[in-house]
Design a protein around this ligand. Structure first.
Ligand code: PMP
Length: 280
C-alpha cells in the first residue's frame, strides 16, 4: 500500500513517525474516514467540514484546503487502485521533541497521515443480515462531537460486545442511548417514525446521519430527534445504525432481545437503498 505522510507518498513500510508525536503520546489528534465507492469519495465536503470544525475546537492548525485534501485522497485512490472501501485521515499536533503536556509552539509542524482501506461497503453481508448489539455504559469524555483519536472506550465497548456474543455495542448515559461505539443509532416506532438522538456535545455529528435526515425529508420519511432508552430500542419495530463505513446496517437484536422478526426492517432497507442511490 502507498500511504501519505506529510507531503510524501511512500510505501507503508517506509512511513515513520516520531515516538514523541503527540498523536501517539496524548491522542492529541483528529481523524476522518471517508467512504470510497466505484473509486469515488462519498460526501468528501461533509468530512472536510467536520475535520475543519474538529481542528478549530482543539486549536489545531489545518493548513491544507479542501481541494488540497481532496487531491491527496484522489491520488491515494489512484495509487492503490482502490475501488471500494475507505480512506483514513489523521492529523496530530506534531512532535514536541519530548513528552510535554503543554502544547508546542504554534509553528510546530503537524503530522498528517492518510491511508486507504479496501473492503466491501455496498455488498457487505451485515447490510442484509444485520448485527446484534448489546448496551454498555458510555464512559467517554464530554466532547464526543470532536472526532479525536481517543478511541480506547469504543475499543473496550467492542470487546465487551464480542465477549457477550454481539457484533457491536450501544452506549448508554443517564439511562439514554447516546450512540454506537462507532456509529449513530436509530429506532423505528410503531407509527413508523425514525427516532435518533439530537446533536449535542454528547455524540459525534455523523456525516451519514446528516445525509439520511436530508434524504428522509426529500422522500417523506419522518425523523424525530429525541432521546430514547435501551428499553425503547428493545421494543422498537426496527433498529439500525449509520456510519461512513457501514452506510445503513440493520440491528436484529438488542441485549439478546430480537427486534421485529429478526430480519432487516422495511424502513431500514428503504433508507439504505435511498442512500446507495445517492452514492452511486
Ligand atoms: N459516532 C461515532 C462515535 C463514530 O465513531 C462514528 C463513525 N465515524 C459515527 C458516529 C458515524 O459518523 P459518520 O457517519 O460521519 O461516519
Amino acid at each position: 500500500r502507498t500511504v501519505y505522510l506529510n507531503g510524501e507518498y511512500v510505501p507503508e513500510e517506509e512511513a515513520k513517525i516520531s515516538v514523541f508525536d503527540r498523536g501517539f503520546l496524548f491522542a492529541d489528534a483528529v481523524y476522518e474516514v471517508t467512504a470510497v465507492v466505484n473509486g469515488k469519495l462519498v460526501d468528501f465536503a461533509g468530512h472536510f467540514a467536520r475535520l475543519a470544525r474538529s481542528c478549530r475546537e482543539l486549536g489545531l492548525s489545518l493548513t491544507l484546503s479542501e481541494n488540497d485534501l481532496r487531491e491527496i485522497h484522489q491520488r491515494l485512490i489512484a495509487e492503490n487502485d482502490l475501488t471500494e472501501g475507505g480512506i483514513y485521515l489523521q492529523l496530530t499536533r506534531g512532535n514536541s521533541g519530548d513528552r510535554d503536556f503543554h502544547f508546542p509552539p504554534s509553528q510546530t509542524p503537524t503530522t498528517l497521515v492518510l491511508f486507504t482501506q479496501s473492503r466491501a461497503v455496498v455488498d457487505h453481508p451485515a447490510a442484509s443480515k444485520g448485527i446484534r448489539v448489546v448496551t454498555c455504559p458510555d464512559i467517554r469524555w464530554q466532547r464526543r462531537d470532536i472526532k479525536t483519536v481517543q478511541l480506547l472506550a469504543p475499543c473496550l465497548a467492542k470487546a465487551w460486545a464480542e465477549a457477550n456474543g454481539a457484533d457491536d455495542a450501544f452506549l448508554v448515559e443517564d439511562g439514554f442511548i447516546t450512540e454506537g461505539s462507532s456509529c449513530n443509532c436509530y429506532i423505528v416506532t410503531a407509527d413508523k417514525t425514525i427516532v435518533t438522538r439530537p446533536l449535542s456535545n454528547n455524540i459525534l455529528h455523523g456525516i451519514t446521519r446528516k445525509a439520511l435526515l436530508r434524504l428522509g425529508e426529500e422522500h417523506g420519511i419522518t425523523f424525530e430527534e429525541r432521546l430514547f432508552t435501551p428499553e425503547e430500542a428493545r421494543r422498537a419495530s426496527e433498529v439500525f445504525i449509520s456510519s461512513a463505513t457501514t452506510f445503513v446496517w440493520p440491528v436484529v437484536s438488542v441485549d439478546g432481545q430480537q427486534i421485529g422478526d429478526g430480519k432487516a426492517g422495511e424502513i431500514t432497507k428503504l433508507l439504505r437503498s435511498i442512500y446507495l442511490e445517492m452514492v452511486e
